[in-house]
Design a protein around this ligand. Structure first.
Ligand code: GLN
Length: 448
């Protein structure tokens, strides 16, 4: 009740929620009370969590912040939602995002503007901006987001909280509305590293309904919550510090964090991620290509909204999609369709896939000489709302530090590491080798 009251008190200011699930939340809270009184409880029993509005929730609207799905009520729960329900968690509602997770500011939502709780004139980051803002403003105790190219880590960094993108295949994507299937991964946004480990325990694991889910035992991530990193080898990718537009305040905060790791007994080694300069180009071919294919299913027949004025079927498809998708989504569909078309496939999609392999090899080599990699999350702290809305390319470039973890499939997380002079949070990115979330959590826990 107290979290719901806080949501209603702040929602006009923050704009984090698309759907506030008052009734369902109170029912789940009651069930949690009953289960506790029967002596049945997990660390998540009765814990109020918000969910990015692209994970299917049975009986609860799932819009992807798009007009085309504004009336879509899924008939089933995503794997992660089933897991949270089994653990007794309470779902407070569905939170705002960039339409179909395409963006890094949450300004591409067709539903509302979400504001950064640290400064209401600024973006919360994105695409999981509603998740990050709801956690930072205490409008839930934790949240699930999705990360295709940084959408958990970057908003976590801008809102001063912890966010983790697990290894590709660690968490099932069953019931996650697909953006770019080979990159998408669900993960937690939380107030601290302990909560991150608790949510990871609940949502990780094999699922036969996701063919890319990996049948690997789930460790107890809370065992990693130890303050001991003596001898830890930290990789510093020199290419990341040559990035144009890296804000000196961000650079300073990250350098301070690296120093703190050294003081705690870690050792720095230089590593090279030589193909970093091609990361943005490769991602912005691969992600829109997969998106153009995934979004073909929204034609007004099987899901969501249909333009009822058109009688002829192709006309109906065209007009439903033109009215239903916002400008950024349309831009990506067009880019992706072009990159996949006969005659261009080899030059664009094929080439980008080859670059992706080189990026994976860079990380493979880097992890031969280090245990974790430290870097900035975003080149600047959160900027003001509207500042970059007309400039998609600048926004694409700002994803430079986060995209490679998705292309390589490795885990990455953001932990708060300082503030800018005007009081905006700055995050530190920790990347680890495949399925080495435990070591990342240990490093993050030692640092926080
Ligand atoms: N900002 C990136 C994009 O717009 C990443 C989005 C994401 O991770 N969902 O594609």
């Amino acid at each position: 009740r107290s979290v719901l009251e806080r949501i209603h008190l702040l929602e006009d200011k923050i704009g984090a929620y698309i759907t506030i699930a008052d009734e369902i939340a109170l029912e789940q809270a009651k069930a949690a009370d009953d289960s506790i009184s029967r002596g049945n409880m997990t660390p998540l029993t009765g814990i109020p969590l918000s969910i990015k509005d692209l994970m299917c929730t049975k009986g609860l609207k799932t819009t992807c912040a798009s007009k085309i799905l504004e009336n879509f009520v899924p008939p089933y729960d995503a794997f992660v939602i089933q897991k949270l329900k089994q653990a007794g968690a309470v779902i407070t509602g569905k939170v705002n995002m960039d339409e179909f997770a395409m963006g890094s500011t949450t300004e591409n939502s067709s539903i509302k503007t979400t504001r950064n709780p640290w400064d209401l004139t600024r973006i919360p980051g994105g695409s999981s901006g509603g998740s990050a803002a709801s956690v930072a403003a205490d409008m839930c105790l934790g949240s699930l987001g999705s990360d295709t190219g940084g959408s958990i880590r970057q908003p976590a960094s801008h809102c001063g909280i912890v966010g983790m993108k697990p290894t590709y295949g660690r968490v099932s994507r069953f019931g996650l509305v697909a953006f770019a299937s080979s990159l998408d991964q669900i993960g937690p946004l939380t107030k601290d590293v302990t909560d991150c480990a608790l949510l990871m325990n609940a949502i990780s694991g094999y699922d036969k309904n996701d063919s890319t889910s990996v049948p690997k035992e789930v460790p107890d991530y809370t065992k990693s919550l130890q303050k001991d990193i003596t001898g830890l080898k930290i990789g510093i990718p020199k290419e990341y510090y040559e990035v144009k537009g890296l804000d000196p305040e961000v650079e300073k905060a990250v350098a301070g964090a690296v120093k703190k790791f050294e003081e705690m007994g870690a050792r720095c080694v230089d590593v090279s991620l030589a193909h970093s300069k091609h990361v943005v180009a490769a991602y912005y071919v691969i992600a829109p290509s997969e998106a153009s294919s995934n979004l073909a299913r929204y034609e007004g027949v099987r899901y969501g909204v249909r333009d009822m004025e058109k009688e002829e079927i192709l006309e109906m498809y065209r007009s439903t999609r033109s009215k239903g998708f916002g400008p950024e989504v349309q831009r990506r569909i067009i880019l992706g369709t072009y990159a996949l078309s006969a005659g261009y496939y080899d030059a664009y999609y094929g080439k980008a896939s080859q670059i992706r392999t080189l990026i994976m090899e860079d990380f493979k080599n880097a992890f031969e000489s280090c245990d974790i990699i430290l870097s900035p999350v975003a080149p600047t702290p959160a900027f003001t709302i509207g500042e970059n809305t007309d400039d998609p390319l600048t926004l694409y470039l700002s994803d430079i530090f986060t995209l490679s973890a998705n292309l390589a499939g490795i885990p990455g997380m953001s932990v708060p590491c300082g503030f800018s002079k005007n009081g905006l949070p700055i995050g530190l990115q920790i990347m680890g080798n495949h399925f080495n979330e435990e070591l990342m959590l240990k490093a993050a826990f030692s640092f926080e």
